[in-house]
Design a protein around this ligand. Structure first.
Ligand code: ATP
Length: 180
């Protein structure tokens, strides 16, 4: 599935609005240490539904909002939009181009959109589940993640295989039904 564009404002080190257009083939992001390369993959993981502040390298979700610098005041909202090509219908939605947006306010409130229509976090997670790009899909391998996968417990490894086999969606649905 082709990622066309990433737009963001107020996310981590990106106080200004950024607009990254990806081109077909391999994209490499280069820059000095601490310049925000990993923040780009964090933004992708977050907009796809990541709920763990720890895996976004923070201690609480508020940590992803630009917290100010010597020259700029902190911001009160972070927003990320990912635009994907869906002409091959990898996502179960009848649009050739799909955009997902996530916004969080310092107050803790969140907003989610699919193609600019307000939705729930669950709708975004469900849309990407089994697409190979979900937050559990291991399509984004961060620094240190390979070691973590190799040393993870048998049950954790099982989750990886279940996601790959496409059964995780049904298990999570069943768990939700049982808790209702
Ligand atoms: P390396 O090459 O060392 O892995 P990198 O280019 O991947 O570095 P990142 O880890 O993406 O860099 O970015 C880290 C930077 O982001 C740090 O300078 C940190 O201060 C900044 N940062 C993280 N969260 C915020 C935030 N909420 N507000 C402002 N800056 C932030």
């Amino acid at each position: 599935m082709f990622l066309k564009r990433l737009e963001s404002v107020g996310f981590k080190s990106f106080a200004e609005r950024i607009n990254i257009a990806f081109v077909p083939g391999v994209t490499a992001v280069v820059g000095p240490n601490g310049s925000g390369k990993s923040n780009i993959t964090d933004a992708i993981r977050w907009v796809l539904g990541e709920q763990s502040a720890k895996s976004l390298r923070g201690s609480k979700m508020e940590d992803i909002i630009f917290q100010g610098s010597d020259t700029r005041k902190r911001l009160n909202v972070a927003e990320v939009t990912l635009i994907l090509d869906n002409s091959q219908n990898h996502l179960p939605i009848d649009y050739d181009e799909v955009s997902v947006t996530r916004r969080v306010y310092r107050s803790g409130e969140s907003e989610f959109y699919i193609n600019k229509q307000a939705c729930r976090l669950k709708d975004i997670v469900d849309l990407f589940m089994d697409s190979g790009l979900g937050k559990e899909a291991f399509s984004i391998i961060s620094q240190g993640k390979v070691e973590e996968i190799l040393s993870s417990k048998a049950e954790e490894r099982r989750t990886i295989f279940e996601e790959a086999a496409g059964v995780l969606k049904y298990k999570q649905r069943k768990k939700r039904q049982n808790s209702n």
